[in-house]
Design a protein around this ligand. Structure first.
Ligand SMILES: Cc1cc2nc3c(=O)[nH]c(=O)nc-3n(C[C@H](O)[C@H](O)[C@H](O)COP(=O)(O)OP(=O)(O)OC[C@H]3O[C@@H](n4cnc5c(N)ncnc54)[C@H](O)[C@@H]3O)c2cc1C
Length: 389
């Protein structure tokens, strides 16, 4: 059996790796390469954490991924992952996003602890907890060095005989017979997987355009003054997330990979074309991020920007992943809609898809396309609003 996987982001490369591990002949293709700068997986760093409100499916996939990432790192985990813990800051009384995960997290053998606010303030003088009503600490969480992890996945795939090539894929969704062209030449396989991030919707517009959209996401790394470096390093500051439903949700990381203090936001309102739009940061968002820093990290007020990244979220309408067979082509599976939270789960998702294709185990219902047929909702992983069209 031969399977072609198109897209070598974390989802495609992980899937190619686990398929190959299960003995399949696998060809992996990407137009720019694993973890390239335009891909969602191409950032320097991504958070791995277990808290996911009541969505057990993501808690389970993340728990499994911790294990699989460790296997992939072998003895070199420090080159790919930094464990810092994650501080959840709630500026609202409703802490259900953390509280609803607690039972599942603990059942899987991990920890999530509610902290006293005064104690937290004493422990982290570099954060101002003004307005914070609840605090939780997740100890098994941290920073995955994303593009390095993608290179590692490709290396592991090739070590076990997987075949990778650079090439641009096109398909004709209108045709009744499925055919894949790579750089204009027909490529034949028994099974095809498309994990092309925000480009998947361009390959299958009829199936996906109405259920997905792409948003621009800026990431800023600020300079930490030399005398404050210690307070903002990974030994003294965990990854943090300022959870609220009123304004953009900010999150960030201590100094890592010598890039500075990282901040990003979870607003998905700026639509982005990954092929045509410039990857330049938006100054209005930068001004807002600075205001947030003044408020929450006053020791960094007026810190200059050291480095920026512009990326995109490949959003589904409801914030849940899309992993399903194409209803028209029985040997085509699509993986898209990672909605700004798919990196951490790449390995477990790749394993799940491989088991589905080779052993018939079911795909998670939450990820099936037929969920969109009955209701129309606009959500994100954090905020869930029902919207009538
Ligand atoms: C700013 C930002 C912060 C994020 N933070 C987190 C986080 O903290 N934790 C987390 O878990 N997730 C996070 N995410 C989300 C995560 O990065 C993505 O969900 C994940 O990387 C998506 O991986 P993917 O493999 O689906 O897609 P991608 O990484 O986009 O890969 C798609 C690949 O397909 C290739 N391709 C596309 N079209 C074609 C074609 N026609 N032919 C050949 N190849 C093609 C591309 O070159 C690309 O390499 C974040 C995303 C962003 C943008």
């Amino acid at each position: 059996m031969k399977i072609t996987v198109v897209g070598a982001g974390v989802w495609g490369t992980s899937t190619a790796y686990y398929l190959r591990k299960m003995g399949v002949q696998v060809e992996l293709i990407d137009m720019w390469g694993p973890g390239n700068v335009r891909s969602g997986s191409g950032g320097a760093s991504r958070i791995i954490r277990l808290v996911y409100g009541p969505d057990d499916v993501y808690i389970d996939l993340t728990a499994r991924s911790f294990h699989l990432w460790n296997d992939l790192f072998q003895k070199n985990a420090k080159d790919y992952y930094q464990e810092t813990g994650l501080l959840w800051l709630f500026s609202q009384e409703d802490d259900s996003y953390a509280a609803d995960s607690k039972r599942r997290i603990e059942a899987l053998g991990f920890e999530l602890e509610e902290l006293d606010i005064t104690d937290t303030q004493l422990a982290y003088p570099q954060i101002s907890l003004t307005g914070i009503r609840k605090v939780y600490f997740e100890d098994k969480a941290g920073i995955l060095y994303a593009s390095k992890c993608c290179e590692l996945l490709l290396q592991r795939f090739q070590e076990i005989g997987g075949h990778y090539m650079t090439g641009h894929a096109t398909v004709d969704e209108q045709s009744s017979d499925f055919s894949l062209l790579i750089n204009g030449k027909k490529a034949v396989s028994d099974q095809y997987i498309f994990a092309c991030g925000p480009w998947t919707r361009n390959l299958f517009p009829g199936l996906l355009k109405k259920y997905t959209y792409v948003s621009k996401q800026d990431v800023y790394h600020f300079v930490i003054p030399p005398e404050r470096m210690r307070l903002f390093d990974t030994s003294h500051l965990p990854v943090w997330l300022d959870y609220n439903v009123e304004s953009p949700l900010y999150y960030g990381m201590p100094m890592h990979l010598a890039k500075g203090f990282k901040i990003a936001y979870d607003d998905r309102s700026e639509i982005f074309n990954p092929d045509q739009d410039d990857r330049l940061p938006n100054l209005t968002h930068l001004t807002k991020a600075r205001k947030f820093i003044d408020h929450r990290f006053p020791l960094l007020t007026q810190a200059p920007v050291a480095y920026t990244e512009v990326c995109q979220y490949d959003n589904s309408l409801d914030g849940h992943f899309i992993v399903d067979m194409h209803p028209q082509f029985k040997n085509v599976l699509v993986m898209t809609g990672s909605s700004g939270h798919g990196f951490k789960m790449g390995p477990a998702l790749g394993e799940t898809v491989s088991r589905h294709l080779l052993k018939g185990s079911p795909l998670p219902e939450q990820f099936r396309l037929n969920r969109f047929l009955n209701k129309s909702v606009v959500q994100s992983q954090f905020i869930q609003k029902e919207k009538k069209h």
